[in-house]
Design a protein around this ligand. Structure first.
Ligand SMILES: Cc1ncc(C[n+]2csc(CCOP(=O)(O)OP(=O)(O)O)c2C)c(N)n1
Ligand SMILES: [Mg+2]
Length: 819
């Protein structure tokens, strides 16, 4: 809580009532006559055409999925197709007023939204810009097959481009918007403001607020729309996203010049069903999604329910909500009622609903009713409407044929390393924007910087080891790297729980509160999913974000955001997106079962994440510098055990200036010849203690190598060391079963088998809960465990009496018991 907000008992304990305002439900009632003064005949025709385009697109997919045939053209589409037949008016209504600066995020059922937004963007973009976008996007790969036979306007060409790019993406073609790497559920096209769609339902709920944050912090125009299904409002990340997006601080504590509340509209595409579950009446109790607004803030998120079967009602709602967001009064929530006439997927037998129900919605079909209204209101003659419909249907059909043509639209080459090439962007980016970074003070005036100045950066001073109280610590090292990048990159923001006045839960950010304005460093709600999701959205829009989880044990709360979002979007975008996000995760000790776990193996297992765990000040600063200069997501583990540690290895000390330690290079912390000990995390210090005993009492010289980075990892120095010593022990503080050292051990067995005198041995923590602080020595690897394991399983030590059981037999016994 910032000191500027003073809490008084007389206010907080005073009697009062919470009052709610009415939430409008389907209150749109304009006649077509009234709307004629708002829309031109071209507008009406455009709405109609876009709805017809989406319908045809989805009908084709439905036919080829169910019959593998459409109008005599055979095609077998193996991937998914979650269709939105019935939802066209909701999609077109949503997109109609949006500009290219307005960005939409969606779900697995967003073909319609993608097309609607694309077609709407074309209408709002001049020919020159359209041509430029089409010519430069993927170096013209989507445009080329369309250009040669095209007769007509640039806008017409762009319409083909959108439909062809979408079909191609679904069919995993090189001409897809994301080179076929995203597919049906993830396709997007940012030049027209279509941002990632998410197959993990509700995924956009936590990501889109980060996009809106980017717009506010970097003063970018436009709003963000998060299109989310009705059933997905049951997802935790959606709730977290709502809370994150509606924090008071945007309006109470941030510089008013930034514009206030986040410009985001949560738009529920309320098609009445999940897959088969029915949110209203069965799986949820709110009856109206719009009601949720009343729970979030006093403005009730300006929520209302609108008739999503009428495109004009939806457009009317957007026309009223956009200024609300522009005025900084966001976020907003729309509950757009529609109906999915199609099955969840083409294989859906609709066993959860009656035929009569579907028929009633078919009768109320938004295309038919809109056409009838236009005809009856004498806005446009039926013949014009039908001609337009036939025209766009023919374009959609042509684009389908072109997208399945292996010459015009080749399949992405499955035998190449295409996927491998886009897993990481591996770039260097000094700054994401060239604006002057906003700082509140000169660093020389900063109290933390002044404190650090007095600290000793070398292992020894005057010939004696530097005491912790005087040492430049791991905590200081991370601070220095962050301060450096904050001074260079104006887009860089850091957020998480207790990040600001508290100074970060473990003091890394101390001093930054005074140096940075609120919008560059802020406290987030206890919403781990939204913290990581927002960092993803922020980076998708072009910024650099540092998100923090207070304990590794909380990764589960942000599981999807770490495992499916942060890790995957660079590759799922076909390499078009960079995600410069550093996710700082502190690893606890002394706090028991749910606050003292090293979960590095979880992220190590997930492709698409760089995973590092530096444990010396020199490495921490150099690796944080490298992470913050890069363009990939980096999960940066920090051990609470060693935040205070000074430098023990770099004799010349930790440089005051900028330097990088490349991610992926292990570091030999102690040279040796008889045995290699590989460590990850603070186990380095345990290994050092063990190595001292080995040397002084047993005459064995151990080489100690700190991995520092688990992924990527250059194994060459490890192999070289093992080839020299013939023996290797690997240790870390994660529980032994499935820890990432097991993979490293397996790799070394593979790569240096012939040089090994004994199998690689892994010593981790016990496969238990982390017990109380007083009992931790039973749980975390101790120096004597390492000695015992070496003695029992690698090389017998002379005159040695083990104090713990580290034998093969004990290992087998524990495995049998699951312990
Ligand atoms: C986190 C997650 N849980 C479950 C699913 C499986 N699933 C796919 S679509 C769907 C229904 C989603 O319903 P809703 O949010 O209303 O969107 P709609 O499909 O109706 O557009 C489910 C449960 C998923 N993709 N992601
Ligand atoms: Mg639904």
């Amino acid at each position: 809580m910032p000191k500027s907000i003073v809490l008084k008992p007389e206010t907080l304990l005073a009697e009062d009532r919470i009052r709610f305002a009415d939430i409008p439900v389907n209150t749109y009632s304009k006649t077509i006559e009234e709307e004629r003064s708002v829309f031109s005949p071209q507008d009406f025709l455009a709405i109609w055409r876009d709805m017809a385009a989406i319908r045809e697109f989805e009908v084709i997919l439905n036919e080829i999925k169910t019959k593998r045939l459409y109008k005599g053209i055979a095609y077998d589409h193996r991937g998914p197709a979650h269709l939105s037949i019935g939802q066209e008016a909701a999609a077109v209504g949503m997109a109609f007023l949006l500009t290219r600066d307005d960005h939409i995020y969606g779900s697995h059922r967003s073909h319609g939204e993608l097309l609607a937004k694309g077609l709407s963007a074309i209408r709002r973009t001049d020919e020159q810009t359209l041509l430029e976008i089409m010519r430069t996007y993927l170096d013209g790969a989507i445009l080329r097959p369309l250009e040669k036979d095209h007769r007509g306007s640039v806008a017409d060409l762009a319409v083909k481009f959108v439909i062809f790019g979408a079909f191609s993406e679904l069919f995993a073609k090189e001409t897809g918007f994301n080179r076929g790497m995203g597919g049906s559920m993830h396709a997007f096209f940012t030049p027209f403001g279509v941002y990632p769609n998410n197959a993990v339902v509700g995924g956009s709920g936590s990501i889109a607020p980060g996009a809106a944050l980017f717009k506010r912090v970097n003063r970018k125009p436009g709003i963000v729309v998060a299109n989310i299904g009705d059933a997905s409002f049951g997802c935790g990340p959606v709730w977290e996203g709502l809370i994150f997006a509606s924090m008071d601080q945007y309006r109470t504590l941030w510089d008013p010049e930034l514009g206030g509340g986040l410009p985001i509209l949560f738009n529920c595409m309320n098609n009445q069903y999940g897959m088969g579950g029915q949110p209203m009446g069965e799986t949820m109790g709110c009856r109206f999604i719009a009601r949720i607004g009343a729970a979030v803030n006093p403005e009730q998120l300006h929520a209302e329910r609108v008739n999503g079967y009428d495109p004009l009602a939806v457009i009317d709602a957007f026309r009223r909500k956009i200024p609300v967001l522009a005025e900084g009064k966001g976020p907003a929530l729309l509950d757009t009622v529609t109906y999915r006439i199609s099955g969840h997927s083409p294989s859906d037998a609709s066993s959860y609903r009656t035929r009569e129900e579907i028929e009633q919605w078919q009768e109320a079909d938004s295309l038919l009713s809109f056409r009838d209204r236009l005809v009856r209101g004498q806005v446009l003659p039926e013949s014009t409407l039908e001609e337009t419909r036939a025209g766009i249907e023919s374009v959609v059909f042509q684009m389908f044929q072109l997208a399945i043509d292996p010459h015009a639209a080749p399949r992405i080459a499955v035998d190449s390393d295409l996927v491998g090439r886009v897993m990481f962007s591996n770039g260097t980016l000094e700054t994401c924007d060239d604006r002057k970074p906003e700082l509140l003070q000169d660093w020389s005036q900063n109290v933390r910087v002044q404190q650090i100045k007095g600290r000793i950066r070398t292992p020894e001073a005057d010939g004696v080891p530097v005491p912790k109280t005087k040492a430049f610590s791991v905590r200081d090292a991370i601070f220095e790297a962050l301060a450096h990048r904050f001074s260079i990159d104006p887009t860089m923001v850091a957020f998480g729980e207790e990040n600001r006045d508290w100074g970060g839960a473990f003091g890394v950010y101390r001093g930054l509160t005074e140096a940075l304005p609120y919008h560059r460093l802020f406290n987030a709600p206890i919403s781990e999913a939204a913290i990581v999701g927002a960092a993803v959205g922020y980076a998708m829009e072009g910024g650099r974000a540092v998100a923090e989880l207070m304990y590794a044990d909380f990764m589960g709360r942000a599981g999807d955001e770490i495992f499916n979002q942060l890790s995957k979007w660079q590759a799922m975008s076909g390499g078009l997106m960079r995600l410069p996000v550093v996710l700082r995760i502190s690893v606890g000790v002394k706090y028991g079962a749910q606050h003292s776990q090293d979960w590095s193996a979880l992220v190590y297992h997930i492709p698409g994440l760089k995973v590092v765990y530096p444990v010396t000040p020199y490495d921490a600063k150099g690796m944080m510098n490298a992470a913050l200069a890069g363009t990939d997501p980096v999960v940066f583990f920090e051990s609470q055990r060693i935040y205070d540690h000074g430098e023990m290895f770099e004799q010349t000390g930790v440089p005051e200036g900028y330097y990088e330690v490349p991610l992926g290079e292990p570091s030999i912390k102690k040279a040796g010849s008889d045995l290699t000990i590989i460590t990850f995390g603070p186990a380095l210090y345990t290994a050092l203690a063990a190595a001292r005993t080995l040397e002084t009492r047993h005459g064995l010289s151990a080489e100690i190598i700190d991995l520092r980075s688990a992924n990527p990892l250059n194994v060459e120095p490890l192999v070289e060391s093992v080839r020299k010593t013939g023996r290797v022990l690997l240790t870390c503080e994660a529980v032994e079963r499935g820890c990432l050292m097991q993979s490293v051990a397996a790799n070394l067995t593979q790569l240096a088998f012939d040089a090994l005198d004994a199998p690689p041995v892994v010593v981790g923590s016990r496969n238990w809960i982390t017990p109380a602080a007083e009992l931790e020595a039973m749980f975390f690897p101790q120096p004597e465990w390492l000695l015992d394991a070496i003695h029992e399983r690698i090389v017998p030590l002379r005159d040695y009496q083990p104090s713990t059981n580290q034998t093969d037999g004990e290992l087998a016994r524990r495995l049998r018991l699951g312990l």
